[in-house]
Ligand binder design. Structure first.
Ligand code: DQA
Length: 148
C-alpha cells in the first residue's frame, strides 16, 4: 500500500491560533492536527502529524521518512528560508513532497520570498490559510494513487 504520509511542521507552528492571527488565522495547532488526521483517514491515508522547533530533529524526521512514509507534506516555517540541511534531506527523499505555507510568503518581507526547498519538492501550496493543509492532503492522495 502506498498510503502512509507524514505532515511535518517547523518552528513556532505549535503556536498556531496564538501567533500573528492576521497571517496564520485562528485555527489552533491541535485543531489543525485533528482536521488533517480526519481528512487523511477519509481519503484512505495513514498520516502522522509532527512538529519541531529544532532543525536537526526535522532533518531526522525526513531521513526516517525514507523507510516509514510514501509522501511528505512539509511546512518548514522559518527554516524554509534558511536551511540547506532540510533542503538536502528532502532531496534524498525520492518520493512525493508537497511544500506548504499558510501565508503567501511572496507577498511578505523580502527574506521570506526565497524558499530553499521549492526546487526539490514535487509541488507547493501557499497563501490559502489552514485550508492549504487539506488541499495538500488531497493532492498527495492523488500523487500516491497515480504511482500505483
Ligand atoms: C510559514 C511562513 C514562514 O515565513 C514563517 O516563518 C512561518 C510560517 C507559513 O506557513 O506561512 O513560520 O511557513
Amino acid at each position: 500500500m502506498n498510503n502512509k504520509i507524514i505532515i511535518i511542521n517547523g518552528p513556532n507552528l505549535n503556536l498556531l491560533g496564538e501567533r500573528e492571527q492576521s497571517q496564520y488565522g485562528s485555527t489552533t495547532f491541535e485543531e489543525l492536527k485533528e482536521i488533517c488526521l480526519d481528512k487523511s483517514k477519509e481519503l484512505g491515508l495513514i498520516a502522522d502529524f509532527s512538529q519541531s522547533n529544532i532543525e536537526g530533529e526535522i532533518v531526522g524526521l525526513i531521513q526516517d521518512s525514507r523507510k516509514n512514509f510514501d509522501g511528505i507534506i512539509i511546512n518548514a516555517a522559518a527554516f524554509t528560508h534558511t536551511s540547506v540541511a532540510i533542503r538536502d534531506a528532502l532531496s534524498i527523499f525520492k518520493k512525493p513532497i508537497i511544500e506548504l505555507h499558510i501565508s503567501n510568503i511572496y507577498k511578505r518581507e523580502e527574506f521570506r520570498q526565497k524558499s530553499l526547498i521549492s526546487d526539490v519538492v514535487t509541488g507547493g501550496i501557499f497563501g490559502l490559510g489552514a485550508d492549504g493543509y487539506i488541499l495538500a492532503i488531497i493532492s498527495m492522495q492523488k500523487l500516491l494513487q497515480n504511482e500505483n
